[in-house]
Design a protein around this ligand. Structure first.
Ligand SMILES: *Cc1c(COP(=O)(O)O)cnc(C)c1O
Length: 358
C-alpha cells in the first residue's frame, strides 16, 4: 500500500519551540500526522500523512462509548551522532497487535506501521529536539468509529500516529519519589484488560492517583485485585524491587502491562550476572525487607521516565524508607545503560536501536 503525503502549506506550519529547556510532555505536536482507515471486509486503506488537525467522528462512534481504543507510547531520539533513532519500535507495534486482539480490534501490518512512522518523523525531523534528555514522543492510536450504540466489535476503525517534542523527564537529577501502596482501589484483574494498553485501564486508575496526590504521593503502587497482597505496577510503570541480590518484578499473569522498558530491565542485568526473577512478590515481603534492611532498591520502569527510583513507600499508614531515600546503584546503572543505548552513547549489543532513514 502506497502512503500518500499531503504536506502542510508553509504558512500553516507552527512555530517550533525556541527553548528546548522549557519543553513539557504531551502538550505539543508537530505539523503532520499519519492516518489510515479500516473497514470490515476491506481491511486497512488510505494510509496518508496529512497536516496535523482535528479528527471527525460521529458522536455515536463506538470507541467513545464502549472503550474500543488502544494506544502505544514510544520515542525517537537524536543520537550523539546527530542521526535519528527509534528504540525497539517494532516491539511497540507487536504489543499493539496483542492489545488489539484483546479488545477485538484489527491487526496492524507492522512493516506498514513502521514505514508510516519513519516517514512521518522524517517529514517533521526539524521538530526532534537535540538537547540532553529531550526526545520526540510518539503516540500511535486506534479507535472504533462505527456510528452505532450497542455493544459489539465495530466494523470501522481509524489508526493514527501523532508525534511531538518532549523535554527531559529529569531536569534536576533522578529524585526518588514517595509512593502510596493502594489497598482500596485496583487497576486491573486477571482475566480483564490489564495486559492491553487501552484507555479503560487508565480510567480505572485516575481516582486512586488523585487521592494519592492529595496526600502528597507521586504515584500509587497497585496490588493484585483478588487478595490486595501481591505487587503489580506503580502508576503507569512496571515495578522492580531489589531484595538482597535478587531483582524482582511481577510475572506477566494477565493483569500486568508487558512494558518494553520492563523487558529491557530484565535482559540487561542478566548480562551483568545479576539475578532477575519474575515472580509473585507479596507487599508483606517488601515491607519486611524494608525493615530488616534487605530491601536495597525499588524503581518504576517505563518509556517516559526510563527508571523512576522509589524513595519511600507508605502501606497501611506506615512509612518505609527505600535505599535511604536515594537512588540505588543498580537503578542508576540501568538508567545509564538504557539511556546510553538510546542516545548512541553506548554500544547496542541487543540490536534495540532502529535508525530512522529514507
Ligand atoms: C505503557 C505502560 C507501561 C510501560 O511500558 P513501556 O513499554 O515500558 O513504556 C507500564 N504499565 C502500564 C500500565 C502502561 O500503560
Amino acid at each position: 500500500m502506497e502512503i500518500q503525503v499531503n504536506p502542510a502549506a508553509p504558512d500553516r506550519r507552527k512555530p517550533k519551540p525556541a527553548d528546548e529547556s522549557n519543553l513539557g510532555f504531551g502538550d505539543l505536536f508537530t505539523d503532520h500526522m499519519f492516518l489510515m482507515n479500516y473497514e470490515k471486509g476491506r481491511g486497512w486503506y488510505d494510509p496518508r500523512i496529512v497536516p496535523y488537525g482535528n479528527l471527525e467522528f460521529d458522536p455515536a462512534a463506538m470507541g467513545l462509548h464502549y472503550g474500543q481504543e488502544i494506544f502505544e507510547g514510544l520515542k525517537a531520539y537524536r543520537g550523539r551522532d546527530g542521526r535519528l533513532y527509534l528504540f525497539r519500535a517494532t516491539d511497540n507495534f507487536k504489543r499493539m497487535n496483542r492489545s488489539a486482539a484483546r479488545i477485538c480490534m484489527p491487526d496492524l501490518d507492522i512493516p506498514l506501521a513502521m514505514e508510516a512512522l519513519q516517514r512521518l518523523i522524517l517529514l517533521d525531523r526539524d521538530w526532534v529536539p537535540g538537547s540532553p534528555g529531550t526526545s520526540l514522543y510518539i503516540r500511535p492510536t486506534m479507535i472504533a468509529t462505527d456510528p452505532f450504540l450497542g455493544v459489539r466489535p465495530s466494523h470501522r476503525y481509524i489508526f493514527y500516529i501523532i508525534i511531538g517534542p518532549v523535554g527531559a523527564y529529569y531536569k534536576e537529577g533522578l529524585n526518588p519519589v514517595k509512593i502510596y501502596v493502594e489497598d482500596k482501589y485496583i487497576r486491573a484483574a486477571v482475566g480483564g484488560i490489564g495486559e492491553a494498553k487501552t484507555a479503560g485501564n487508565y480510567a480505572a486508575s485516575i481516582l486512586a492517583a488523585e487521592e494519592a496526590h492529595a496526600k502528597g504521593y507521586t504515584q500509587v503502587l497497585w496490588l493484585d485485585a483478588v487478595e490486595r497482597k501481591y505487587v503489580e505496577e506503580v502508576g503507569t510503570m512496571n515495578i522492580f524491587f531489589v531484595i538482597n541480590d535478587e531483582v524482582i518484578t511481577a510475572p506477566l499473569n494477565g493483569s500486568i502491562l508487558p512494558g518494553i522498558t520492563r523487558d529491557s530491565v530484565i535482559r540487561i542485568p542478566g548480562d551483568w550476572g545479576v539475578k532477575v526473577s519474575e515472580r509473585p512478590l507479596a507487599i508483606d515481603e517488601v515491607t519486611a525487607a524494608a525493615e530488616d534492611g534487605s530491601l536495597k532498591e525499588a524503581f518504576g520502569a517505563g518509556t517516559a521516565a526510563v527508571i523512576s527510583p522509589v524513595g519511600q513507600l507508605t502501606y497501611k499508614g506506615r512509612d518505609y524508607s527505600v535505599a535511604g531515600g536515594r537512588m540505588g546503584d543498580l537503578s542508576q546503572r540501568l538508567y545509564d545503560e538504557i539511556v546510553g543505548i538510546q542516545y548512541v552513547e553506548k554500544e547496542d549489543p541487543y540490536g534495540w536501536r532502529i535508525p530512522v532513514e529514507e
